[in-house]
Ligand binder design. Structure first.
Ligand code: PFF
Length: 452
């Protein structure tokens, strides 16, 4: 018997838990800060509202119709005979993406946990590290230290996953997601109360039209495309669209859940969290005149420096990294689930065995990437260390490619079934869904591949 969600709220929180992760709290604020704040925000909102919502609803629906794993799903739902290549290529890309993204995720979630511990020690004046001086170097230079924290996070995921869809993923989300929202709101109050934070808000909410290519002497398509593609890539990542997660979470759905409404909640929560995280980080960084455009170091280097300057900073740093850890944990759980489901259905494995299989594979791949990252083992691909290369490959190509396969399949092969299951009656909405799946997303993604 296939597992199902116990309640609509459980499903929404579990899917929002997958969507809300490092992408919202770590990646989104630094992308914003590197791409002139309000400009990127505007583009991102556009991508999420006009493409992301429709892709998410369709993928959840495809999963609900299929009620099976991400390889068999293609054959099962298609009324006409289709080539097994659909299932095979989507299956291969899904497994590849899961391995790539989870390897990076495990390392970064490990950093998060070590920051929680350092902030906790600071709180009781026990830490021997000064947050200002090389905390990040200290955390990221130790191979076994990073591995240790990463393995601890994987163990927490396995503990939850082994208990199943309803008793594990759904139950954990019902507890963890409210904790995450409370922490976010507490942190937002802290950031609002900082003097001079208004500069950060102005940066966040004022678009610079010239960065979008609108100059007084004409329009620069290249500048526009650069930001548009970054924003779409982030939307795909943030809504967990490129790894079979939405498909599998949809396949656990009962027919009575209104996916149109549920997807509104998921997209809304995901976007609000990304916005709130930026409202916490950027005003705090601006309030202390720190450089905001530090890229990935924004959260792990610049922000701790800010915490160190304010009264009660150790406490807020502790809260912030717990928040980041909880968000990342619910996402890592969702990254494992499609493979667990596949191994259970195709190889008839018990749930615990399938969970351990993906966990060990994840740890092994992260060990290799960590070896290159800590310079224990000098591997470079296309001039990048393995960490950068894997992040680049999944972010720029393989996730987008999988979304492309799903879009073409849903738009050209099973579109009437998707609309029927989604219960879309409005003629214009139906047409817009068709436009997004058949033409708009594939076109934009193809442009993305060429420009990347
Ligand atoms: N959406 C997650 C985040 O924003 O951190 C990352 C992610 C999770 C991507 C699950 C893809 C996925 F299938």
């Amino acid at each position: 018997m296939r597992a199902h969600w116990g309640s609509k709220l459980g499903f929404i929180l579990a899917t929002a838990g997958s969507a809300i992760g490092l992408g919202n709290i770590w990646r989104f604020p630094y992308l914003l800060s590197q791409n002139s704040g309000g400009t990127f925000l505007l583009m991102y909102l556009f991508c999420v509202i006009f493409l992301g919502y429709f892709l998410l609803s369709s993928k959840l629906t495809f999963g609900r119709i299929a009620q099976t794993n991400f390889i068999n799903g293609f054959q099962k739902v298609c009324p006409e005979k289709i080539s097994p290549m659909w299932g095979k290529s989507a299956g291969f890309l899904t497994i590849l993406n899961i391995i790539l993204v989870s390897s990076i995720y495990l390392i970064v979630i490990g950093w998060t946990l070590s920051y929680v511990v350092v902030a906790g020690q600071n709180l009781f004046h026990l830490a021997d590290v000064n947050v200002n001086q090389g905390l990040f170097e200290k955390v990221t230079s130790s191979y076994f230290g990073q591995l240790f924290w990463g393995i601890l996070c994987v163990a927490s995921c396995c503990f939850i996953l082994i208990k199943g869809v309803k008793g594990g993923i759904e139950k954990a989300s019902l507890y963890l997601m409210p904790i995450l929202f409370v922490l976010l709101i507490l942190m937002a109050f802290w950031s609002f109360s900082l003097p001079n934070s208004s500069k950060g808000f102005a940066f966040l909410f004022t678009p610079d039209w010239t960065k979008l290519g609108f100059h007084s002497d004409g329009f620069q398509l290249k500048e526009f495309a650069h930001i548009a593609l970054l924003a779409l890539g982030q939307a795909i990542y943030s809504l967990s669209l490129g790894m079979g997660v939405c498909f599998i979470y949809g396949s656990y759905l009962k027919p009575d859940v209104d996916i149109k409404k549920a997807a509104c909640w998921i997209v809304g929560l995901d976007t609000c969290v990304a916005l709130l995280a930026s409202c916490i980080i950027l005003p705090a960084v601006f309030a202390f005149d720190m450089p905001a455009n530090q890229g990935p170091g924004l959260t792990f280097i610049t922000l701790p420096f800010v915490f160190n300057q304010v009264n009660g900073g150790a406490f807020f740093m502790f809260l912030f990294f717990i928040l980041l850890f909880v968000a990342a944990l619910t996402s890592l759980i969702s990254i494992y689930e499609p493979i667990i489901n596949l191994l259970m259905e195709k190889k008839h494995m018990k749930r615990w065995k399938a969970t351990l299989c993906i966990a060990f594979t994840n740890i092994l791949c992260s060990m290799i990437i960590l070896a290159s990252f800590t310079k224990k083992w000098q591997i470079k691909l296309l001039g990048r260390d393995l960490f950068d290369f894997v992040d680049y490959l999944s972010g720029s190509y393989t996730m987008g490619l999988l979304v492309l396969i799903y879009c073409i399949f849903m738009g050209w092969k099973i579109f009437p079934q998707i609309m029927d299951n989604l219960k879309i009656k409005n003629k214009w909405l139906n047409k817009y869904f068709l436009l997004v799946l058949r033409y708009l997303t594939p076109l934009v993604l193809v442009v993305l591949f060429f420009s990347a």
